[in-house]
Write a protein that binds this ligand. Sequence first.
Ligand code: F6R
Length: 239
Amino acid sequence: MKIIRLKNEEQVGLEASKIVINEINKKNNIVLGLATGSTPIPLYNNLIKFYNEGKVNFASVKTFNLDEYKGLKPTHIQSYRYFMNEKLFKHINIDLNNTHVPNGIDVENPSKYDLLINENGGIDLQILGLGVNGHIGFNEPNTDFNSLTSEVNLTESTIKANSRLFASIDEVPKKAISMGLKSIMNAKKIVLLATGKNKAKAIQQLIEGKLSVDWPCTILQEHSNVIVIIDEQAASELG
Ligand code: F6R
């Protein structure tokens, strides 16, 4: 695991964007795995900036997002499909047909998502955020390390953390569709981003803790190509 420690979230986003652009420029039909949430926003802003400067072309890029709230339509402003369209896709030359977000409404057979990823050659580069409780995607503590995409229950701590984006905590969906830990581990390369003091404990477990289902992120210790990019605050509990 390679650890890159930077000063603040802006630097984390910039560093991550350079890695993503470098990979796209090496393989223009790359398959990217993408995350939502606050952490990757500086990354997406930099991707848009570099696109506007002509430094990257998304015409052949394919994307698969990690997760979606159950019950939210793609047009719902809190849905992760809406988030991706607003924060990234509508600002770059990606073909929307090449972008995939798990379906929050038709959740009959979520593991079809893994088949679709495989049919597209698998994820070349997976971007991850990190939950306060160590979740990656919406794989909460005690998730089976062999899990594939499935319907998952969100923990109280995740519902509380995500309520900042909703009018009230009661509006936060209690379930989501998430790529599984195995789905994530199948990616050829993984870049995890974490910023802020509230991620310090999970970062400490990821980097210094033992492999444990109590901290789902620790499964990344078993992957051979992981870069963790963190700011000073997220690094503050490292020994
Ligand atoms: C989002 C996702 C989650 C977030 C995590 C951190 O697609 O899969 O694991 O990455 O909850 O969220 P933020 O960045 O908002 O702190």
